[in-house]
Ligand binder design. Sequence first.
Ligand code: AMP
Length: 186
Amino acid sequence: MSTGKGLIFLGPPGSGKGTQAQELSQELHIPHISTGEMLREAIAKQTPLGQQAQAYVDKGELVPDELLLGLIEERLNEEDAQKGWILDGFPRNVAQAEFLDKLLHKLAKFSEQAINLEVPDDVIIDRLLARGRKDDNEQTIRRRLEVYREKTQPVLDYYRQQDRLSSVDGNRQLPEVTQSLKTVVA
Ligand code: AMP
């Protein structure tokens, strides 16, 4: 039986996924789970995961799946994630999407929905340059967009083929995007 709502936020870096996930997480009282944030924390603390992940994050490459899959499984099994969650930054490739499906099948209580935030490339680059995170320099941004096209765009097709993908125009003022998202997930 489905008792919780799992929302999967897709969209390129700089599409506003993180900001919107944060907003919706507060409104819906479900946790915002960002793998990028988890990795940045692990790097800041220099945990074994952080040490292994750092070079990939700095270069804008995907961190190898085997470093992340156990982490996401643990996180989704935590107490606060039992009524729902918003995933931001995961899955980033088709193997991760398949892993997530298997995991959710085991947990067997979620109806998941994937949402693509659509934003044109030129807007994305301007937004990322304005954000100023360590991996927001021009070279890394360019690589992250390439990685997005190569590895993450097939994830959109994966969900689209299963009729589980909605799209929202992310190139609008923040509250308008939030409003559309709320309509889509209602
Ligand atoms: P984000 O905050 O989502 O933009 O992620 C920042 C960086 O963390 C990415 O450029 C990747 O290096 C890494 N990362 C985040 N999520 C994943 C994931 N699901 N798979 C692999 N690498 C990830």
